[in-house]
Write a protein that binds this ligand. Sequence first.
Ligand code: AMP
Length: 305
Amino acid sequence: MPVLIVGSIALDTVKTPFEEHADLLGGSASYSALGASFFSPVNLVGVVGDDFPPAHIEFFQSREIDLAGMQRVPGKTFRWSGEYMLDMNVRETRSVELNVFEHFTPRLPVGYKETPYVLLANIGPDLQNHVLDQMQRPRFIIADTMDLWIKIAREELLRLLTRVDLLILNDSEARLLTEETSLVKAGAKIRALGPRYVVIKKGEHGALLFSEGRFFSCGAYPLEDIHDPTGAGDTFAGGLAGWLAAQDGKEVTFDLLRQAVVFGSVLASFNVEAFSLTRLRTLTQNDIDARYEGFRLMQQFELLD
Ligand code: AMP
């Protein structure tokens, strides 16, 4: 089954202590869509300017990512630039140019309105709500967010939380939203705001999944070389959403979500091995399955005697 993904499509400049690259394909929707495309068809909703390279459009199309919902308008594509410190969990945003994003209103083509799975990747919660306003009873709605919206659009975000099934956010965002130090308390507090399920990502330390009275802790696949963490969270969300959409319409339960969280983590672990979407371009189903199995064995405990 297809998954509808809305978010940013960007040209990024990324600096790490070792390398710097400019004008890379990025954006929350790009990473999420590519992550999901390993498992299910994607309906992509976003905006780009007339400077957006045609090669990126051809790349999306080559991955069963439908672009009927991608607006191409006069002006420059959204640009973001970030710099990582030696501890790559620490990042500073160097610049943001909204460009065509400033006046973006997502409009869903008629054929998208019944897409059964929805991933509202990171964009303003007003736009995420606007997408939901146009949808006809999706089976499962996932939303991602970031610190910026918790600070400047809290009311709109709280309205969104009453409408989604799963919220994905990182540890510092969960603390900012709930004013709790304990992530376990933060997870419970966010659930009380609306979503049945919550995933709190902890960067290279994995992710926590919360549901009513149940809890799953998933590690992150340990990597020797991390080249660019940009989009890890978006790829995680995309992999999770795409894998869920590929489960033949099975009811989304805690147990199904546990497995989806692992697939999201596997996809994200590949993404950080190279800048931009480079690693995902050559990733195969065999690579994914092999890492999933390695990950499974790594996380396994023996029974008590
Ligand atoms: P992440 O590393 O998961 O935080 O995602 C990084 C991606 O988010 C980059 O490719 C950026 O282009 C995109 N991004 C950065 N700031 C924003 C924003 N305010 N709204 C939407 N997307 C953004």
